[in-house]
Design a binder for this molecule. Sequence first.
Ligand SMILES: Cc1ncc(COP(=O)(O)OP(=O)(O)O)c(N)n1
Ligand SMILES: Cc1ncsc1CCOP(=O)(O)O
Ligand SMILES: [Mg+2]
Length: 526
Amino acid sequence: MQSLGGIRSWPATWRTTTASMTTTTTESVRKVAQVLTVAGSDSGAGAGIQADIKVCAARGVYCASVITAVTAQNTRGVQSVHLLPPDFVSEQLKSVLSDFEVDVVKTGMLPSPEIVEVLLQNLSEYPVRGRVALVVDPVMVSTSGHVLAGSSILSIFRERLLPLADIITPNVKEASALLGGVRIQTVAEMRSAAKSLHQMGPRFVLVKGGDLPDSSDSVDVYFDGNEFHELHSPRIATRNTHGTGCTLASCIAAELAKGSNMLSAVKVAKRFVDSALNYSKDIVIGSGMQGPFDHFLSLKDPQSYRQSTFKPDDLFLYAVTDSRMNKKWNRSIVDAVKAAIEGGATIIQLREKEAETREFLEEAKSCVDICRSNGVCLLINDRIDIAIACDADGVHVGQSDMPVDLVRSLLGPDKIIGVSCKTQEQAHQAWKDGADYIGSGGVFPTNTKANNRTIGLDGLREVCKASKLPVVAIGGIGISNAESVMRIGEPNLKGVAVVSALFDQECVLTQAKKLHKTLTESKREH
Ligand SMILES: Cc1ncc(COP(=O)(O)OP(=O)(O)O)c(N)n1
Ligand SMILES: Cc1ncsc1CCOP(=O)(O)O
Ligand SMILES: [Mg+2]
């Protein structure tokens, strides 16, 4: 059977996130990103098909469902399991695959070799324009300990399903079962398991360490065939963990369907699960030990649906405000932000070191409205409290501000976090901690930030080379030297951040337009 491998061969199309569904626009058609989940039903609706549909909906992706088994299940455990006849699973697969433009197939509970067989058969019959990616969550045992797929499925998994998978997401017990019962009790053993599983054929492996004994963090090990990444998150004390595995795998599928690469999809999914657990840690649904969580946490805050999605190219012309400068030129922050956007600023940061909290909050709220109506992201410097209160799109923090991993746990998976880095070590840490971009500088001497070490173009280049994240250069940059910064030619250097070049000027609009033109020309040339 041919490998699905679809995520590598997708055509480049223009994808946009709308308030309701993520769509791909090609000429006049509006296509919705689509996942097909092939999994079991959970009558308690915390896991299985029900969780898969909820997480896809929460991530703005359509989810079709093929049911392999029906479980009688609640927060106390699994009372009974009824397998659907393989022929009927096949009927469902044919119905969906012959009709829908599925971007990603995600599998959960595949309770018998016969059901895996009909899945494989249908996937080979309906290659769906060669665009399908396959996410395999090798569900074997429920959180409560009930066997959902026994050892009879192991050989067909190893020999036929895993080689087709783009990613597999076993927990340590499932990884151990797939590897014939090897011991997995440490992160080192998780790494070795990920490597052995990778040899079975999936392109990427994520071994989930949530069940690992004696660790204060929850550590997942991601392996791409060359490099390992350890994805850490703090353990959240809650009984409401039922369905985390299904949710993680479906969220990966949803992000892939929207066009993410694998590592970004995994990171977003982990953040989503952590946020949902944190948000739902105290809710009470059912009387048992495994409560479900609330996938729609974002609906509690309708504002968050209006927020712009961050793209690295947003860092192109990054305007950072300074009210001392704006006062000097007799304008409000709001007027300064309006003019910067009109002149071409692609992202705004409010850096108000001397502002009184109450006044700053009111100004920040007005700026959020202006930025949203212009589709430009607004970040707050240092003040996480203000960012939360005004529902900004994110924050920018320095090395002595609140640690990025803590900021992430406070802001949730979707907000943008930028972090200042002068060194390669800081750049590595920023990525590990879940930042979205790096601000690196001061590239040139500046009067705007006192006692700030200048790193020069060489220092900037080093940070870019070490960083997996997009980088924006800052410090002493203006129209006269922006081109020399962009000329260092590092692909992840996405733009320049400026304060005085825009705001210590009589006309913000004119200066923003000039700087935008300079940057556009230098982009064209390099
Ligand atoms: C885009 C961007 N990069 C770096 C900084 C500097 O932030 P920080 O190190 O926290 O210093 P202060 O701005 O707080 O003085 C930034 N603000 N923006
Ligand atoms: C906030 C900051 N961080 C590093 S340098 C700097 C100041 C940048 O200001 P300017 O663009 O006026 O040099
Ligand atoms: Mg700071």
